[in-house]
Ligand binder design. Sequence first.
Ligand code: NAD
Ligand code: DAU
Length: 390
Amino acid sequence: MGLNQKVEMITGSGATPILVTGGAGFIGSNFVLDWLKTGGPVVNLDKLTYAGNPENLASVASNPAYQFVHGDICDAELVTALLRQHRPRAVVHFAAESHVDRSIVGPEAFLRTNIDGTFTLLRAAREYYDSVAGEERAGFRFLHVSTDEVYGTLTPEAPAFHEETPYAPNSPYAASKASSDHLVRAWVHTYGLPAIVTNCSNNYGPYQFPEKLIPLMIANALQGKALPVYGDGQQVRDWLYVLDHCRAIRTVLERGRVGETYNVGGGNQRSNLEVVTTVCALLDELVPESKFKPHRQLVKYVTDRPGHDRRYAIDARKLERELGWRAQESFETGLRKTVEWYLANAAWVKDVTSGAYQQWMAQNYAGRDAGGVSVAAKGRTIVASGESAR
Ligand code: NAD
Ligand code: DAU
């Protein structure tokens, strides 16, 4: 039996694929795995940067409903050819450079992928949309996955970001995402492309690359390494379990209004220090034999991130009211699942933290020691500047 016949058997003859970009990254791979459970075919275009990992999708690699394309969203010819060939019913656009610290060290790649890449996709999607008719045209959607960071920063008492909050991006990453959101808006208003933007808060869960706060703290704590908390650790983020985010995207894709923006948030505002100490408490419980217990003694305050946004919080009431979505995971249950996943997938962590990862860690953290103070979270005992927390 040929591949095409197999695809037809599994997906049904009328099944039309979606084109996902960045599906080998953290949120993208969770989304692809989740989407395939309901049988819909997926074409995944990913450049496999340091953040993209085909291992995340190893369980579906031989599923005929899944097709991986190794390529760049900035490659206009490739993107155009994929749209012509697969005639997807939607483009779900995750691909991006996503780490704020890396955008501070080297913004170029962020401008290229997040702005030029989104522009390339929009241009190709418009051409494709203009070439189709009937149901294919009526049902087509371009869903752009964006971030709450485009809204800037909040004071402790300020109301959460809502869809009308003015844009005020503060990091090169946030500025590049804000630019891409504006491009999407322009393509809706000028060319009538049926696009929708989602702006979500900090995700956490399985397959997150351990440069981001939660997986970094888990990986470091398990090795007895310092847990680098930027500044005073009182910055607040609004945590969203990744599968709740995936469900939100599906909901918006199915029922969201064209041209609209939907904020997605977990309703879990926590200071960074709270997050880190909660991770430590979970590790104390789940790894009772650890010689680094209590893990919170590894906390080390280091020099702050330049331009560090103080607080993010998302008002997701529009998505709840209009489309009936609600986050299902509490921060406590989601974080426990996440820590358990990292404990059960030590080989995955080992694989992604070799090689270039070590260079990044040295580059991002070495300089922070000099100006920082070390503080044991418990009792906030200040020890000498530059001293290891171990
Ligand atoms: P990630 O860094 O884990 O993954 C990004 C993926 O995009 C990787 O697989 C990478 O290989 C791919 N990619 C990068 N450049 C590419 C290019 N030029 N062409 C094709 N593929 C390319 O990111 P993530 O955390 O999964 O975030 C996904 C999306 O969600 C991003 O757009 C990000 O801005 C947004 N977002 C993330 C969060 C979060 O907390 N992680 C929160 C809000 C919004
Ligand atoms: O808000 C949504 C955004 O969340 C997404 O758009 C980004 O793609 C995603 O990376 C994330 O950005 P943050 O900068 O909030 O995530 P990060 O995990 O890098 O940091 C979370 C907080 O923890 C932030 O206040 C910085 C702090 N931090 C981070 C690291 C890596 C530390 O204190 N120490 C660290 O070593």
